[in-house]
Design a binder for this molecule. Sequence first.
Ligand code: ARG
Length: 486
Amino acid sequence: MKSRTNSTWGGRFSQAPDQLLRDFTESVSCDSRIAVQDILCSLAHAAMLHKQGILTRKEYTSIRKHLQNIHKEIVSGKLVWKTELEDVHMNIESELTRRTAAGAKLHTGRSRNDQVATDLKLWILDTSASLRGHIRLMQTALLLWAQRQGHFIMPGYTHLQRAQPILLAHHLLAYIEMLQRDIGRFLDCEKRTRSCPLGSGALAGSTLPLDRNHTAKELGFIDSNGRPLLTANSLDAVSDRDHAVEFLSACALCGIHISRLCEDLVLWSTSEFCFIRIGDAFTTGSSLMPQKKNPDIAELARGKTGRLIGNLVNLLVTLKALPLSYNRDLQEGKPPVFDSAETLSRTLQVLAAMIHNTNAIQSNCEAAASDPLLLATDVADELVRHGVPFRDAHHIVGAAVAYSEKNNCSLFNIPEQEAKKISPLLPKALSAANKPPKQQLKKRNMPGAPNPELVKKEILRWQKILASSSKESSSTLRASHTTRSN
Ligand code: ARG
């Protein structure tokens, strides 16, 4: 029996939905992105309904065959999405039912509420893993740069004022560390996303004998021992979007790290710093000023972080004060998730390519690091070695710096007599610290410091981590190809 109004829920309505309502409530223009996950969900649900004796073998086989065909048509872009069918779920179900009468039984014991929750979780699990791959690409680009030119000495900054000499590799490795924490955050998000809501129904499960363990296993919601992972409360299951918040938060923080890196790169590419040159193919010119070469990729990547943060706040505000359980507001939770994933993935890929095409200018980095004042702390440390309390040492070197500024001479060129007047130990301390910056760096021996030997070891450590993770991901890729072709 078909309703004249709406084939899905029109039974109790006497008027067809108004066009304004249809345009306002449709979501297929956006949620067709979870179509593949929706098909997977439906395949698992149908298999379970058959196992439970709710679908006959014939009905199940027909549903499976037609869902597989629809899947192919979605992937090849052949299937036409209809906004009048509201969302991706109703589009697929109505297409299935058009092809086989058994399609009308697929929604047994299921609601779009548990369906969309499951689809989105599957999508987040997939996308999070692929973003981790893109973060790896960025780490690799930074590491290759560190291997190429990491031995260049440059100033390290605090308050954007030259502070102490470091190695370029040390600076680049700092970003590799931040990105590693981002990978950890995505993994963490995946861990909590991995519990299957399917079978929670609209909000209170079903009176039919569904086997939730079976669908969870089919969809890969399992622990490391292959045991199914189920959501424990049906109200929570259909209204929970924590996984989307965690995903957006991981995207936003990764974006912030990228933005900080880009800020450094923009500064370094200015004539004022002139520490790096970005390859022509990765910079833009000005429509007016012929001399300009602008670091647009880095600027846009910095700018796009605003979207990533905005998307997180968008979802948080949508969720705030939503009563249990499902509310239509939740439909608004998807566009920010899709936008952040796409923004971050494109940003990581283009930036990695730009970094492969970026080089530091050794002479400029080293000239900036050769300022003797960058070794002022090292001089104070030398005084400490002679038993001077650090606070006093700080004052003594401060006075030496003031003398050198006043008399326009370098810290290491203060006449011995004058130095002695400041402190009898100062000439010794000055001569002990008056070494090329690289030699001074060798004195910094604790873990985490920019000692050239330690930095080399860090580069090797990262080389191993990145090599083993690329082996891992290519074997996962091989495994997933084998599974799919089976
Ligand atoms: N398009 C909806 C969404 O994305 C699907 C769930 C609709 N559920 C409902 N009870 N109207 O949230």
